[in-house]
Design a protein around this ligand. Sequence first.
Ligand code: KG4
Ligand code: ZN
Length: 341
Amino acid sequence: NNNMIILSIESSCDDTACAIVCSDGTVLAEQIYSQKEHVQFGGVVPEIAARAHLSHLSDLVKKTLNQANIDWKDINAVAATCGPGLIGGVIVGSCFAKGLALARNLPFIGINHIEAHALTVRIPHISEHQVHFPYLLFLTSGGHCQCIHVKDIGDYHRLGGTIDDAAGEAFDKVAKMLGLSWPGGPALEALAKEGDENTFSLPRPLYGRPGCDFSFSGLKTAVGNLLTEYENIDTLPRKLAANIAASFQKAITSAIINRLENAIKASPNSTLLATAGGVAANQYLRKHIQELANKYNLPFVAPPMKYCTDNAVMIGWAAIEILQQAAKNNKVIDDISMLPR
Ligand code: KG4
Ligand code: ZN
């Protein structure tokens, strides 16, 4: 069956999401609830996230079905994130999806969340480029920070990743030190626009070293050291905060670009450079990645923001890619409950 319709669920972090996606890449419906339950804690609380998924999922699925205006009999399979992620939320979403599949006698496809991020750029109509294998992906969010050589569906080589914090975590922690509210990345980028990025020369961990790993904790500590005399963050002058934000953004970008350049050199057959993850929303970073891609004559593809961050469309799309590959190899898939890769 080459015209499939998938109902998909994502629940691995703080977004509860459901989508209905067709095998030609058309999105029939998508609903997302970005949990507000965590704002007062300044970060995602896993236990609260799991409970929030549980209380929002069934309404969200109903809403998605209504939006698509289709009946269960039109749906060919149910897919859900089965990891990696915060385990409570993963269990809630995957068991919910598996229950739906059992009740409707449909195949259940468990999806690896990272694989879904990696395949997002291949969703037709998402960019002006038709994305063929192999390509290089820089995945950067609050939870992930890695370079992946995407060779084929199910064939991924992790070139490097963070040895401490994810880039988004570093943005969030520095933003917190500067008294900005969570999630701090967007607020820090805005503040940096008012500052002079050459005020402070901050460390760029691993810069110039071989390999594609990342490290950000030393940079974070260096920012903390600039702030030791401001125990009460309200006394921090805005101009100084802006200068620190701009200097931090410059240092982290420069460190990332250096690691990415090594990743490009380590995967010379890559046809393009793609990004995904919330940090890819940062315009300053994007501009520098674009320049790096230009230097190596690689098209640079950044999906629309709503598909860069966690969403259910990418989960449905990954299921479609897996099912299409299985069909090509004459394999029947009716239940992948374990992490398929
Ligand atoms: O992909 P995402 O929504 O969720 C996961 O972490 O999986 O990414 C959120 C992260 C947060 O750390 C947030 O501060 C960061 O992405 N972020 C940014 C920007 N927008 C979001 N970091 C830097 N600059 C931004 N404009
Ligand atoms: Zn993610």
